[in-house]
Design a protein around this ligand. Structure first.
Ligand SMILES: Nc1ncnc2c1ncn2[C@@H]1O[C@H](COP(=O)(O)OP(=O)(O)OP(=O)(O)O)[C@@H](O)[C@H]1O
Ligand SMILES: [Mg+2]
Length: 255
């Protein structure tokens, strides 16, 4: 078992609010790992600490044994960590294809200046980007809407494109913040299948999701947060049988 991510003693404070309070867990390479807990428990805050949007006041985050706690977000993207947002972060007027290409450009190594001097290299990179984005379009079945401006898509489709934006970055670790929120049953099942397919392709998945049926079915391990504190960690069976978790969360959420 290889630990791809190690979270140790992470605390994060906003004024008087302890969004995260001494949270520790690890994520194994190639698994689907879920973060669950009530609204305001600190799930998104934890993803923000992993992706580099927030910097914790205490604790350490290691990615493949490298200390990344203070690393800038874009450097983490280059290391292979990509993130899909709870609130969709797409350019509404742009097409699906352009949104995916734009995400990919943040990874371009040649940069706008070297592009002029090393045209061949930049051109090759552009071709690679296009090929990769085409694979993502195929993977997420976005062919029919590839040229549609995002603002004209149904919410469920926008969520799929938001996941695509993260996938376009060729991540080894993908962070999905409620990718199924607001979806109907069919769309949800489709997203569940896509998440399993990501795992089949060797991508490690961190999933935040409120639908416990989906969480228990997909996850290899689960961490449970409540008011910023970790109250449970383990396999779906272990978490489901944890009295503290049942009391704080699962009790009211079993459908
Ligand atoms: N940028 C911020 N400024 C101030 N407070 C914040 C900020 N981000 C999060 N918080 C607070 O931290 C706590 C945890 O919020 P967080 O968004 O991480 O919860 P969550 O588990 O993702 O909830 P939800 O299920 O509703 O998405 C909440 O009390 C929230 O109000
Ligand atoms: Mg959240």
């Amino acid at each position: 078992m290889v630990k791809i991510l190690q979270i140790e003693g992470i605390s994060l404070q906003f004024g008087g609010v302890k969004a995260l309070n001494d949270v520790s867990f690890h994520i194994e390479e190639g698994e689907i790992f879920s973060l669950i807990g009530p609204n305001g428990a600190g799930k998104t805050s934890m993803l923000n600490c992993i992706s580099g949007l927030y910097h914790p006041s205490q604790g350490s985050i290691k990615y493949k044994d490298e200390e990344i706690t203070k690393m800038k977000a874009y450097s983490r993207t280059n290391l292979g960590i990509a993130r899909a947002f709870q609130n969709i972060a797409l350019f509404e007027h742009m097409s699906v294809l352009d949104n995916l290409m734009l995400g990919r450009h943040t990874l371009m190594k040649s940069g706008p200046f070297s592009g002029g001097f090393y045209f061949g290299k930049a051109e090759k990179e552009e071709v690679d980007n296009r090929e990769h984005v085409e694979q993502v379009i195929e993977f997420l079945d976005l062919q029919e809407i590839r040229h549609t401006p995002v603002e004209r898509l149904a919410y469920g489709q926008q969520k799929r494109v938001e996941v695509g934006r993260a996938l376009a970055l060729s991540p080894e670790l993908i962070l999905l913040d409620e990718p199924m929120a607001g979806m109907n049953k069919v769309e949800k099942e489709r997203m569940a299948q896509l998440i399993l397919k990501m795992k089949d392709n060797g991508i490690t998945v961190v999933l935040i999701e409120h639908d416990l049926g989906v969480v228990m079915r997909l996850s290899d391990h689960i961490a449970v947060l409540d008011f910023g504190k970790q109250i449970g960690f383990g396999t779906p069976n272990e978490v489901q049988e944890n009295p503290e978790v049942i009391k704080a969360y699962i009790g009211e959420n079993v459908s």
